[in-house]
Design a protein around this ligand. Sequence first.
Ligand SMILES: C[S@@+](CC[C@H](N)C(=O)[O-])C[C@H]1O[C@@H](n2cnc3c(N)ncnc32)[C@H](O)[C@@H]1O
Length: 415
Amino acid sequence: MTFAWALATYGHAIQVARGNRHAQVAGQRGDCILPACGADEHYRIADANGKGKTAPAMDDHTLRFIDLFAGIGGIRRGFELACAQHGRPSECVYTADIEPFACEIYRKNYPHDSHSPLNDVTRIDDYGQAMGRVDVVLAGFPCQAFSIAGAKRGFEDTRGTLFFDVAKIIEDRKPQAFILENVKGLVMHRGGRTLRRILEVLRYDLGYASTQFKLLNSLDFGVPQHRERIYIVGFRDGGGGFAFPRPTDSSKRIRDIVEPGPVAAKYYLSEGYLAAARAHRARHEAKGHGFGYEIRSWDDYAAAIVCGGMGRERNLLRDDRIVDRTPQTHIRSPINAENVRRMTPIEWERLQGFPEHWTEGVADTHRYRLLGNSVTVNVVKAVADQLVRELKDPQMFKPTEHGQLELSYELAASV
Ligand SMILES: C[S@@+](CC[C@H](N)C(=O)[O-])C[C@H]1O[C@@H](n2cnc3c(N)ncnc32)[C@H](O)[C@@H]1O
């Protein structure tokens, strides 16, 4: 039986490194911590007078995670749901987003956090001080071009991008695992070179050899939204048993998420707006361009909800349950006779797998934008479910599983 021990150097939290694992247990300055023989959950704490006491190392079992580019907390919600399902305690120890409205919604939904979500990922002075031990990194980082130098310069090549900041945090905090999320466009960004470099950095520079990626569609995870996003998952140790989730439920259609009763007149298009949208579409079609405006059948699924441009017009619905036809626009154009309306923020919340009213408290325009920028909670939960399972019972990863595979081959295998 070997004892690893460490002198407590600060206050009540004492960090102990045991092989690759870290534990934080309650103690006093001057205390000496000894892992109890073979038990993961308990550490013997010998106080300064040499008296032994056994204390549960609560934080050893608790997955301490950080939520980067957190938005309204969609990735966190999926992750926490998966942890709860596995009976694995989790604690968000750091959050970063720079958008005030996103942070307002985040605070509303996570009122017990002792840290503020308003942080800039590029301006963290001291990761250790800001976060302490980190077991899992969650990050839906924005996709940006790298200036890839001719000769490989490791992840220095990605400097100036937000991925670089994520990589630096992973390098410094050495989490057990990470989940990164991005738009589908990352796969073919600069002919696949961006994703290739990201994978190289994660696998070879940072040592997360088991890093895998997959495009997942929200449509396959219990919400009627065609939304493809890339998920990248890696483990510091193990990872051989991790597989991306298989579809859980592809049966949902728009009628499953439609509001149960009539919705406010403000969601209905005015006669003039609908006519203009139709004319605009006709012009674009004549030129051979696609155009986002689309009236969807209730038996269809929704197009991906997006924050910019015609985002709301891609998922129009006919809804005859209107009770109040008072014109809503400032020019007092009557509500269209076909009863075409936009989806409501609550319907978008359901399309993203959030509980209703998650984004309540800010203006509708912000709710749509924040939801369009967010993730589908169900998809993250399904991915995190597999991740937590692997962390519980890590399987050896054989590097040949990725080896020198071509990205195109990996992509073909991943879809
Ligand atoms: C695609 S959204 C991610 C949304 C999030 N996954 C969710 O569930 O809502 C990207 C987020 O990154 C944030 N962001 C951009 N630059 C940032 C930075 N330097 N530091 C922190 N957050 C940043 C944006 O404000 C935005 O909310």
